[in-house]
Ligand binder design. Structure first.
Ligand code: MLT
Length: 266
């Protein structure tokens, strides 16, 4: 049995399977509002990545994005629509997992959606900072060290005028365990550069970024789109790093347009 928790948002009517992977330090709840707006003909699944949300059990493998990607694959066994396209969508850390899946079992995927993520590895400073936060979180057993990300992941307008979103982010982050935070940080710290994987992809790809993303900027995401050689590059207004939390209707509209354009039988 898979160690990851999978949420069946809707069963679909056979068009294909869309798998939603969340960012850090949250869980699949960041996708809830968007998932309910995705084309009803698609089966939509949300996976809680290792150590987070309903997947609190820590994987026995050393922490890597590849281990997360293989755990996702295992969790999907028997759940994808047979003979229909499979599309992975990942935001930020979820995007790192999608890129590991593209590299390690890309033949099983028919398309990808990358949101608010990057292809570059960490700088030595960023890596050291992650490992420090990992140690701190493990020692405290809680998510305090990353609670500040509740605001950092939202755009200024959301922080000022949408207190319910700040509260949502805060409560989802606070519900994570210190060991889950530590596993994820260590996994992200060691991730490799994925530029070659993106260059070699050659299948449908959509790239989405919040206009005011302070963590993975519009320029960083433009680079991702260039590596993928896709012109499906969408900038979401009034959104920061968590574009599906802040603008679910706009993000869902982009996803639906992509699924329709690339996967509807003609
Ligand atoms: C995320 O949202 O998943 C994180 O910002 C990713 C990261 O820390 O690189």
């Amino acid at each position: 049995m898979s160690s990851l928790s999978v949420t069946d948002y809707h069963a679909g009517t056979g068009a294909g399977t869309l798998v939603l992977l969340h960012g850090f330090p949250v869980d699949r709840r960041m996708w809830d509002s968007t998932a309910s707006l995705v084309d009803a003909s698609w089966r939509v699944l949300g996976v809680d990545l290792p150590g987070l949300g309903g997947s609190a059990t820590i994987l026995p493998e050393p922490p890597t994005m590849a281990a997360s990607a293989w755990a996702v694959r295992e969790a999907l066994e028997g759940r994808v629509v047979p003979g229909a396209p499979v599309v992975f969508a990942g935001l930020s850390m979820g995007g790192y997992v999608v890129q590991a899946a593209m590299r390690d079992y890309g033949e099983l995927l028919d398309g990808v959606i990358l949101l608010d993520t990057r292809s570059g590895a960490d700088t030595p400073e960023a890596r050291a900072n992650r490992l420090r936060i990992a140690d701190e979180s493990e020692a405290s057993g809680a998510a305090h060290a990353v609670l500040g990300m509740a605001k950092d992941t939202l755009c200024e307008a959301s922080v000022q005028r949408r207190p319910e979103l700040v509260e949502f982010q805060r409560s989802v982050i606070e519900s994570q365990t210190g060991t889950g935070i530590a596993w994820s940080q260590r996994a992200m710290a060691g991730r490799p550069d994925t530029a070659d994987t993106l260059r070699e992809w050659g299948k449908p790809a959509l790239v989405i970024v919040g206009q005011e993303d302070q963590i993975t900027s519009v320029d960083v995401m433009r680079e991702v789109a260039e590596l993928l050689a896709t012109d499906a590059f969408m900038v979401i207004p009034e959104a920061g790093h968590m574009s599906p939390v802040e603008q679910p209707a706009l993000v869902a509209a982009e996803i639906n347009g992509f699924l329709r354009a690339k996967f509807t039988a003609r």
